[in-house]
Design a protein around this ligand. Structure first.
Ligand SMILES: *Cc1c(COP(=O)(O)O)cnc(C)c1O
Ligand SMILES: [Zn+2]
Length: 419
């Protein structure tokens, strides 16, 4: 199977362009990467992956940010706003409280538009330029639209975003709006938005930059590469486990691909690959259901609800790539309640790290798996926090304390403080 950790590096087919090609993960058919616009396999509609005839080694990485990892990407550079090189915070109190040997927080909220989506867009928008497409589009729970708007306008392209009406956090809509995206509010959930934008893309109206687009995931591989390099520098070993929120499962797929390529290049031992551990909200947990039932396919949930709006997704499009990633690495998936998510958001905030609700799901999931004994106390763990606190100011305000009204004089303030 092409997605196994022990898969051999394939030889470049005739369609390869400069050692890069697209391959269907279901039937193995191969396609030229930059000749035509294509998101899935012509033969079987399976998901595509980007393949390279030369795999990167750690020695090949130089410079900063996403493009430090150019050797693992289809281009030397792209439409960039200095994405990547995000902090890998120590959280000693949280580490103690949860009870693992090491806990580090990879805070992707520190990217230019405040989420990891920037890492995918710097590559995806570059591909759009190579293909000479006119208008870029995505369906989004918010962060993809903010990133697409910023990178699209930086690349000089028009952008169109489809959002589920009333279900997108305020900061994200504000970003898409100011970065000049045309915003369509759809009377339906995210999955309905994605169905529509896929059909628009199939009709040639727009170039699709959801994570169905295999090039986005190439950029997102760099999260995994940064985490490995950070752990190697600090502990001389890679993490035992990486815990991350799951929506469309793009990141889960991307991290797995990064590790698979390192294994194939002989840079990482198969047994050392971090256990990919996905976390979903209880009200939107189709991946967790598939892992628990050992199912080959994910059942689409038509009704999804959670305060973690970024992962309010019932039909994770990248499941066929992500399920093998979780299974082959010995990871798992777990669902957490909205209350557990908010508790974790407060715990991170108490360490000075501000994240949006979906991001806190990773820490909530780790806490739960540690309580259940699934995670050992001697594990070194990285939790991914995917978006910044200011993305969803309403959720943050609701989770925090209320401002206290006081009169405009010092005596009155003192009286209030001492009462
Ligand atoms: C997009 C997003 C996710 C979901 O990531 P997937 O790769 O689709 O699983 C999680 N958290 C935040 C904040 C996001 O913006
Ligand atoms: Zn196919």
């Amino acid at each position: 199977m092409s997605l196994s950790l022990s898969a051999e590096q394939p030889a470049a087919p005739d369609v390869a362009d400069d050692g890069v090609w697209l391959e269907c993960i279901e039937c193995g058919d191969t396609f030229a990467p930059f000749d035509d616009v294509r998101y899935t396999c012509d033969e079987c509609d399976g998901l595509l992956e980007v393949r390279y005839d030369e795999l990167p080694t750690f020695d090949d990485f130089e410079g900063h940010g996403v493009w430090r990892y150019a050797a693992a990407l289809p281009f030397e550079s792209g439409v960039s706003i200095q994405e990547g090189s995000t902090p890998l915070y120590e959280v000693p109190r949280l580490e103690d409280e949860i009870g693992v040997k090491t806990l580090r927080i990879k805070h992707e909220g520190m990217n230019p538009t405040g989420s990891f989506k920037d890492r995918g867009m710097t590559v995806g928008v570059q591909v759009a330029k190579e293909l000479c497409v006119g208008r870029l589009a995505c369906a989004s729970t918010g962060n993809t639209s903010a990133a697409l708007a910023a990178y699209g306008t930086r690349g000089g392209m028009e952008t169109l975003v489809l959002l589920p009406a009333g279900k997108v956090a305020a900061g994200k809509i504000a970003q898409a709006s100011l970065h000049d995206a045309r915003i369509l509010e759809v009377d339906g959930n995210f999955d309905a938005c994605l169905d529509i934008v896929q059909e628009l893309a199939a009709k040639g109206e727009v170039y699709l930059l959801n994570s169905l687009n295999p090039f986005r995931l190439e950029g997102q591989k760099t999260i995994g590469l940064e985490i490995l390099e950070g752990f190697l520098a600090d502990y001389d070993t890679v993490p035992d486990r990486i815990v991350l929120p799951v929506g469309n499962a793009g990141n889960t797929s991307a991290l797995y691909k990064a590790f698979r390529e390192l294994v194939q290049a002989g840079e990482l031992d198969e047994d050392d690959v971090p256990k990919l551990t996905g976390v979903q909200a209880e009200g939107a947990a189709p991946m967790v259901e598939a892992i628990e039932n050992d199912a080959d396919e994910v059942r689409r949930w038509d009704d999804v609800e959670t305060r973690a709006t970024a992962i309010r997704i019932g039909n994770p499009v990248n499941a066929p790539k992500a399920l093998p990633g979780i299974r082959e690495t010995g990871g798992t998936a777990v669902a957490v309640s909205d209350e557990e998510i908010t508790d974790a958001q407060r715990s991170l905030a108490a360490e000075g790290i501000g994240v949006e609700p979906a991001s806190a799901a990773s820490v909530a999931g780790l806490r739960k798996l540690r309580d259940e004994g699934v995670v050992d106390d001697d594990e070194r763990v990285a939790c991914l926090t995917t978006g910044h606190l200011l993305k969803d100011p309403d959720a943050a305000a609701a989770a925090g304390g209320d401002p206290e009204p006081v009169p405009a004089d010092t005596d009155g303030v003192l009286k209030h403080l001492h009462q």
